[in-house]
Design a protein around this ligand. Structure first.
Ligand code: ADP
Ligand code: MG
Length: 713
């Protein structure tokens, strides 16, 4: 609705409302003024009263009609018509009374004054209309008086007219002023209403907006909270002094403390000594704006330590500097890493030791061989013979050392077959029990029945022996030695005791003592060859190196756990054999050996070739010897009909033993071959027997006998 329209409508409303009131009021006053009639002119009272009753009745009728029309819809026209009728009728009624009471001298003109006041004061629709109505009332008064006869009382007449007209003038002026104010007020009211409407609209929109924002805020708060609480890393919020303000679930989970234990506590409470010392330095770096990544160790509730990788930085929230720190548990990763590093180190040390030991083995083979040849010569002087025996003895000791090194380097050759580890343990413990002092109690808990493991029982015996003797050395004051065996299943996805361990069935052999233990510093080195903490005469540092090599050669794994002052536990995992029943191999029967067969011998090392040639010639064999595998092949092609046996080195530069043997076998598939090897590579060559360097003359002869004998049977 427009402003003007609004004002007009409001004026009409007000007029209708006031008109109703004034109709009733006028009707009542009209009747009440009957009292005045009664005192002024009692003789005309009844006539006047009829007049008054008719006007009051008319006014009441108009009032009712008004109500009716209002119901049908507001009508301006009706208002004009009705108010004109009411005014003129009332004015005429009063004029009749004025004329009856002396015309121009009557003071009843004041009644018309009242009508003028009503007309100008209460009909708000239109000022001009009100003024015209007022003028009509005056005309209703003056015209009949002027025509009814001469003016006898001039002064009263003039005074009456003066008062009448002045009243009308004042009423018009008052009305015109008040009308302006009213219109202005209605305009303001209109503006205010519009403003109020706008305001209501704005406030509604604002309410919706706030509601929507609150919903969004709640949602994002929920999202961030769940990110915080369900993060895979522990999150800590601290102040710049390290006082913990908030932590997430993961932090509690990692440390084993509940949330309340963290809030208000200082970070250093959870740190180990060496990390506490670094606290201020780290905090300074963070406050300098660095984003810090570091490793730290914390105490758990149960006293254990965890290694954490922390990523930390400062942030400003609401004017406060806070420090956030993400904690990732890397304890397990660290453990596996160091184990992996250790096994890599052991591998490279093994390669080095193995390389040296292999070359050394060849040298020893030649020393031993020549010593033996000299000793076979009956013409050798007794003194020389004795010294040669000493040389031979020393060389054998060296050979033993080398063989230990080769065990460690996993290059030792050994037989493999399934066996019962419990039997080996029992035998070994029986054998060395006299070396164990009485103050050491040996306890065995061997699970029966136990699946077989595949390998060389002699080597495993070495392992057990070394572990027991080390345990003995660690318990000079006595103690307890416990040997356990049990099957162990490593399922896929289960936590690995060792990083590179493959899932499968194992036998776990554990050897524990209650001895001095091993310091953390030494723990990572004990498997290194020549690492010993024992006095020179007492330890060689090769025991555990050998154990390690043997376990690895059996495709097994070894771990050690030690607490200084409390004791040490070695655990060995050996794969279960796929052949279930352990078998025993019958030992070779030694006999007096010799023969007339023709033998082709090949070795790229002249020394060894010479030894073989000498030993065999002495025993009556025909020997064809060469250091060149290609020539050997040619020789065999030429003379294969007369050659009974081929003895060949397996590792040679020009052509390896395997290729040579294959070549020879294409000429004669039934040829007998003995391979010579410093280590286990002999497995891969199709030989009838394998001789391990360094070998003795008698071992060589017994092997030849065995191979040729088998052919004859
Ligand atoms: P050796 O016994 O000749 O010293 P080993 O290789 O057998 O060499 O052992 C290496 C080192 O490991 C030992 O010198 C010793 O310090 C440590 N060690 C091995 N086993 C134990 C044990 N059961 N208790 C304490 N220390 C041990
Ligand atoms: Mg030892």
């Amino acid at each position: 609705m427009k402003r003007e329209e609004y004002i007009k409508t409001r004026l009409l409303d007000l007029s209708c409302y006031w008109y109703d009131i004034i109709l009733i009021l006028a009707a009542v006053l009209f009747l009440l003024f009957g009292i005045l009639d009664y005192f002024v002119s009692p003789e005309k009272f009844s006539m006047f009263f009829v007049l008054r009753l008719s006007v009051a009745g008319l006014l009441l009728c108009l009032f009712l009609l008004n109500k009716l029309f209002r119901k049908l819809g507001k009508s301006k026209f009706f208002l004009y018509a009705s108010s004109s009728l009411a005014t003129i009728a009332s004015a005429i009624a009063i004029e009749i009374m004025i004329l009856a009471l002396g015309g121009h001298k009557s003071f009843y003109y004041a009644g018309l004054n009242l009508i003028v006041i009503c007309v100008l004061g209460f009909f708000l629709i239109n000022l001009a209309f009100s003024a015209i109505l007022g003028m009509s009332v005056y005309l209703v008064y003056i015209i009949p008086i002027l025509f009814s006869g001469p003016i006898t009382d001039r002064a009263t007449f003039i005074a009456n007219n003066f008062f009448f007209l002045s009243t009308m003038l004042l009423a018009i002026v008052w009305r015109s002023l008040s009308q302006k104010t009213l219109i202005k007020n209605l305009g303001l009211q209109y503006d205010l209403d519009r403003e109020r409407e706008h305001l209501a609209l704005y406030s509604n929109q604002l309410e919706n907006l706030v509601e929507e924002r609150t919903r969004e805020l709640n949602k994002s708060e929920l999202m961030y909270r769940s990110l915080f609480e369900h993060a895979n890393d522990g999150i800590m919020i601290m102040d710049t002094g390290g006082t913990i303000l908030n932590v997430n679930n993961k932090i509690c989970e990692l440390h084993g403390f509940d949330r309340d234990s963290f809030i208000g506590a200082n970070l250093t409470v959870f740190e180990t000594e060496e990390d506490k010392a670094l606290f201020h330095e780290r905090m300074q770096q963070i406050l300098d704006g660095e984003s810090l990544l570091y490793e730290t160790r914390h105490y758990k509730k149960n006293g254990e330590k965890i290694t954490l990788e922390v990523s930390s930085r400062a942030l400003e929230v609401d004017g406060n500097i806070l420090v956030q720190a993400f904690h990732r548990d890397i304890t397990e990763k660290k453990r596996l890493q160091s184990q992996l590093l250790h096994s890599q180190k052991m591998d490279s040390v093994g390669q080095l030791a193995g390389g040296i030991a292999h070359d050394f083995n060849n040298i020893l083979a030649s020393i031993l061989g020549f010593a033996e040849i000299i000793l076979l010569d009956e013409e050798v002087e007794e003194g020389v013979g004795r010294r040669i025996k000493q040389i031979e003895g020393a060389a054998r000791k060296a050979a033993q050392l080398v063989s230990k090194l080769l065990s460690f380097a996993r290059r030792a050759d050994f037989d493999t077959y399934p066996f019962n580890i419990n039997m080996v343990i029992t035998d070994t413990v029986d054998m060395i029990s006299r070396l164990i002092p009485r103050n050491i109690r040996i306890r065995k808990a061997l699970m029966e029945p136990i699946p077989a493991v595949k390998g060389d029982p002699n080597q495993i015996e070495q392992v057990i022996m070394n572990l027991i003797l080390n345990a003995r050395d660690a318990m000079p004051e006595g103690g307890e030695l416990l040997i356990l065996t049990a099957p162990f299943e490593l399922e896929k996805g289960a936590p690995l005791p060792l990083p590179e361990m493959a899932p499968g069935s194992y036998i776990r052999l554990s050897v524990s003592d209650t001895g001095v233990g091993i310091s953390e510093k030494h723990l990572s080195r004990i498997f290194e060859p020549f690492f010993t903490t024992k006095a020179k005469a007492k330890g060689t540092g090769l025991g555990l190196a050998m154990v390690y090599g043997i376990v690895k050669a059996h495709k097994g794994y070894i771990t050690v756990n030690s607490r200084p002052g409390k004791g040490t536990t070695f655990e060995i995992y050996l794969p279960v054999s796929d052949v279930s029943s352990p078998v025993r191999i019958t030992p070779v029967v030694e006999s007096e050996i010799g023969g007339h067969a023709t033998i082709l011998a090949i070795d790229d090392e002249m020394d060894i070739l010479q030894i073989i040639e000498e030993i065999l010639s002495r025993k009556g064999f025909q020997v064809l010897a060469t250091e060149d595998p290609l020539r050997a092949l040619a020789m065999y092609r030429e003379k294969h009909a007369s050659i009974d046996l081929v003895i060949t080195d397996i590792l040679m530069p020009a052509m390896n033993g395997a290729q040579l043997v294959d070549g020879i076998r294409t000429i004669n598939p039934l040829v007998k071959v003995i391979g010579i090897t410093g280590f286990s590579a002999g497995d891969q060559v199709r030989c009838d027997a394998v001789l391990k360097k360094p070998f003795t003359g008698s071992k060589l002869l017994s092997t030849i006998h065995e191979v040729l004998g088998a052919g004859r049977n």
